[in-house]
Design a protein around this ligand. Sequence first.
Ligand code: F2R
Ligand code: MG
Ligand code: MG
Length: 309
Amino acid sequence: MEKTDSQDRICGAVLASALGDAFGAPYEGGKVERLLWLVLGRRRGRRCWTDDTQMSVDVMESLLACKRIDQKDLAHRFAHSYRWTRGYGPGAGKLLKRIRRGEPWQIANRAVYPNGSFGNGGAMRAAPIGLFYGAGRERRLVRAVREATVVTHAHPAGQDGAVIIALTTALACLDYSVQEIFKRLRLHIQTVDVQNRLTVAERLLHADHPVLPKQVASELGNGIRAKDSCVTAFSVGLALREAPFSHLLTYIRKVGGDTDTIGAMAGAIWGAACGYRQLPEEFLQQLEQRQYLEELAHRFADAIVQGHL
Ligand code: F2R
Ligand code: MG
Ligand code: MG
């Protein structure tokens, strides 16, 4: 792959993920969450992004500063970026406040749920780790994803979800086939629930008819748990990677449920496959802090492509 092509795909993954988050957020959750987002979801006329993008930004800034996964640095950044107005998961909010008060992440990550969180909050921020390590360092990539995820999500299902999103984003950058992606993922997924979801997704991705969003939601899930949204996002991102970005957003809105997070994760996969140049300008113009996100994405992409990390 040419340098410019890699940079375009890395920037595409970062920006498409932020757009998926910001455009999905108004449809996330129930009535109360939607009403709240009507109040919180616009800043200076732009669409705000949520915890999904904030934590992805934290991951990229940490990787740029530390040049590897540094769990202490990540915990510090996650905790200090935390603002309830970004719509964090209930357990994640409590955990991050504990870290901010000085509790080590190794204790805080089991303080809310003794078996660790199996929410999708580790997966929603995992794509930059896939971009950073790349498909050529697959074992290292998977180890890094688990190290980054366990800081807040100690449950293996939360980590499996993150592995799916990070590895698929890396493989999509190199145009791997759907068949090969399934093969690679199966080598790394540890939990039966997530493996079973992959089996269903494989059937849907090879169906000889278009699969409707409602069917995706009922067979793969659309909820806040990793097992109910990561394979969904993976499946939608791959299935629509040859469709315009606007179709992806419309489809995800129809899948419903955790739309900002499914948007962020599917967006990363779509962006890695299609690149920044395929993103519609009219959507980018509506994105909060567009300039900062683009500048960060370029710095991140330059560092990866030039091998300065
Ligand atoms: N917070 C939101 N959206 C508002 C809530 C929407 C609505 N009420 C709904 O349920 O759909 N969005 C953001 O949160 C998600 C990421 O969450 P994260 O970071 O994983 O948080 P948490 O709290 O650790 O886990 C989420 C929920 O999963 C259940 N859960 C997790 N581990 C559990 C365990 N070991 N035992 C029992 N339950 C567990 C809990 O219900 C947690 O609250 C993203 O959607 C992001 O956009
Ligand atoms: Mg969110
Ligand atoms: Mg969400």
